[in-house]
Design a binder for this molecule. Sequence first.
Ligand SMILES: Cc1ncc(COP(=O)(O)O)c(C=O)c1O
Length: 378
Amino acid sequence: MFSSLEKLSPDPLFRLLEQFQADQNPNKLNLGIGVYATEQGEPYVLPVVQQAAREVSVANFNYLPIGGDPLFLKQTARIVFGDMTDQSSFVSQATCGGTHACALFAELARRGEIKKMIIAEPTWVNHRHIFSGFEQTSISHLDQEGNPNIDGYRTAIDQVTEPTVLLLHGGPTHNPTGRNLTKEQINLLIQLIQSKPIFVFIDFAYLGLGDGFEQDAISVRALWSQLENVAVGVSFSKNATLYCHRTGALFVKTADGATVESNLRRIMRTTISNPPAYGEKILVNVFENHFDQWKGEVDAMRQSVERRRKELVSRIPTLGYLSDTRGLFGMLRITQEQIDTLKADYSIYIPEAGRINLSGIRLDRMDYLVKAINSIIT
Ligand SMILES: Cc1ncc(COP(=O)(O)O)c(C=O)c1O
């Protein structure tokens, strides 16, 4: 019955994680999957989230509305878009994390008139699969010097004549390169997009972990306020350490709001019926009662990643190109052979293309990591 299906490859990041977990080397290091670990290599749940979770009532596990908890959506929109937002002017949908926000938007676009998309590579590997079915124009996200390739974006936008999704990453972070378009470049894109049939989808998975909450939101707010067709997928996996509790949101700004809302609700109802509540309830408590503590703790996470990035670059100056990266990720300019050697000889796990999660660096294994990298690049 399924013989016509193609057998697909396993997800490379989760496969790498399994290999890491099975590795017996006591010095092993996981620089793969995008999960924040402490400087001692421990899993981390924000203390404010732990406290807020303890305070969540367990007296009522009834279903949430199909759209999600209205308070969660209202507070999330305020954090992302600022106080200026008229919440009645766009559609809100709670999601199972950021992946689901991307997937819901992709499904919505498929149901509409959009058949094409512009995708800047490299991007988060899941994007290509989530947006399958669109005619994808692939551009290079970075130029030869490793800077955001504004000319590539500009040329692709100039050529758009039919409804097209433009996929952007929100804030200064970018998965996997760690370099995103600057605020000035985003402003330029906004001018170009305004005369085109382009729907911008912003994948915003690292709010607070780039340059801090307010800074990170600037370019997203510029796109949101100046474009007519724009959607934002928000994830609370990283900045609220809620990974497995699958908490996120999708916001869609469009003239066809009522139709879009009805379609999103139908897709939800026929797939997962209604969103998971635990993360939303925890976050409503955080937003209402512990907001400043949350921001402070996320800031401390961000600073810890910065410390590790700086330390690595100061110990291996040839990795100086990582200094300009923001957020958890940067890409080592190494070959697949070198990646394989790091795994085979040192039990250092790095996914294809050399993306590293800087928060996977344990300070007590810094010497080990430096020695290993030096051995493959010299
Ligand atoms: C760019 C980007 N978008 C979305 C996601 C998905 O986040 P979530 O775990 O909330 O589904 C990730 C996670 O790695 C990501 O890096």
